[in-house]
Design a protein around this ligand. Structure first.
Ligand code: NAD
Length: 265
C-alpha cells in the first residue's frame, strides 16, 4: 500500500503499543515518520521511522521543538497523530487523597490532551499550507463510564470536544478526526502523582466480553489511523471519531453477542 507515500507524519506516543503499530503501518504505506515519545527506551525499540525524538509535547517548548525540527528536516508536516496517553488504572475517586486530585487530573490531561493540542498549535502553519490531517486517540471512555477512573474518563471526554472544536475551527484547511479503540493488550503507564507505575491495560479474559470474541491486534487499529491520515481515502471526513471497539457499543445483556449464526459458521 502506498496511500501515505511522500507524507510527513509526526506520531506522538510512538513508542507505545498502538503508537508503534501506527509507525510500522505508516512506514509500510510510504510515509516519512517522525516518532516522538517521552520514553527514550521505547523509541529505541522502534524500527523504521525516519527520525526519533525524545520529547514531552505536553510542554510548549518541546512541542514547538518537535515541529521546528521536523519542518527543518523534511520541509513541512502533513499529518499529526497522537497516540500519547497515560492511564489512571481505573482508580476510584474514594481511593485518591484529596490533595492529589488536582495534579492527577492535570497529569492525565497533559498526556492525553495537552500534548496533542500544543503540537497541533505549533504545526498549524505547515498543516494549513499542506491541507494536513490530525488524527487523535479517543477511547471507549470518551462516551461511557468504566473505561477508566474519573481522570482518564474526563480526559477522553475532553478529547472528544477537542476533535469537534478543532475540526470546526480548522476547516477547510486541516481535517481533524479520532480513532476510539475499545481494548488493546498494551502496558500503559499510570499517574506518577499516584505512584501507579506500569500495568497491563486489559484484564485477563476481557476478550470474552467482546462481541467479536477476540482481543484485537494493535495493527487492527493502525489501519484506521492510516485511513484518517490519508490525503485521499478519508477526504470527506472531519470531526469524526471512528469507533473501533470489537462491538462493545452493541454488547448485549444476556451474552456479549447474539451468536445466532453459530450453526452456520
Ligand atoms: N490499551 C487500551 O486498551 C486502550 C483503549 C482505548 C484507548 N487507548 C488509548 O490509546 C493510546 C495509546 O495507548 P497504548 O495502549 O498504546 O498505551 P502505551 O502506554 O503503550 O502508549 C502510550 C505512549 O504514550 C507515551 N506518552 C505518555 N505521555 C506522553 C507525552 N506527554 N508525550 C508523548 N508521549 C507520551 C508513553 O510513553 C507511551 O509510549 C492512548 O491514548 C490510550 O489512552 C488505549
Amino acid at each position: 500500500m502506498e496511500s501515505l507515500r511522500g507524507q510527513v507524519c509526526v506520531v506522538l506516543g510512538a513508542g507505545g503499543g498502538i503508537g508503534s503499530a501506527v509507525v510500522r503501518r505508516f512506514v509500510a504505506d510510504g510515509a516519512t515518520v517522525v516518532a516522538v515519545d517521552v520514553d527514550a527506551a521505547r523509541l529505541d525499540a522502534l524500527a523504521g521511522p525516519a527520525r526519533t525524538l525524545v520529547a514531552d509535547p505536553g510542554v510548549w517548548a518541546d512541542a514547538s521543538r518537535v515541529v521546528d525540527e521536523t519542518v527543518a528536516a523534511y520541509g513541512g508536516i502533513d499529518v499529526v497523530v497522537s497516540c500519547a496517553g497515560l492511564f489512571d488504572q481505573a482508580v476510584p475517586l474514594v481511593d485518591v487523597p484529596g490533595e492529589a486530585i488536582e495534579q492527577a487530573l492535570t497529569e492525565c490531561l497533559r498526556a492525553n490532551v495537552t500534548s496533542a493540542l500544543l503540537t497541533v498549535r505549533a504545526a498549524l502553519p505547515t498543516l494549513a499550507a499542506r491541507r494536513g490531517r490530525v488524527v487523535l486517540t479517543s477511547s471507549y471512555a470518551a462516551n461511557l463510564p468504566s473505561g477508566g477512573g474519573v481522570f482518564y474518563t474526563a480526559a477522553k471526554h475532553a478529547l472528544a470536544g477537542v476533535v469537534k472544536q478543532l475540526a470546526y475551527e480548522l476547516a477547510p484547511h486541516v481535517r481533524v478526526n479520532a480513532v476510539a479503540p475499545g481494548v488493546a493488550q498494551t502496558v500503559m503507564t499510570g499517574l506518577s502523582i499516584l505512584d501507579q507505575g506500569k500495568k497491563d491495560a486489559v484484564l485477563d479474559g476481557t476478550e470474552k466480553a467482546l462481541p467479536l470474541g477476540v482481543m484485537p491486534a494493535t495493527d487492527d487499529y493502525a489501519s484506521v489511523y492510516a485511513l484518517l491520515a490519508s490525503p485521499t481515502e478519508s477526504a470527506a471526513m472531519t470531526g469524526s471519531t471512528v469507533v473501533v471497539d470489537s462491538g462493545l457499543a452493541i454488547r448485549g445483556l444476556a451474552a456479549p453477542s447474539g451468536g445466532t449464526l453459530r450453526e452456520l459458521a
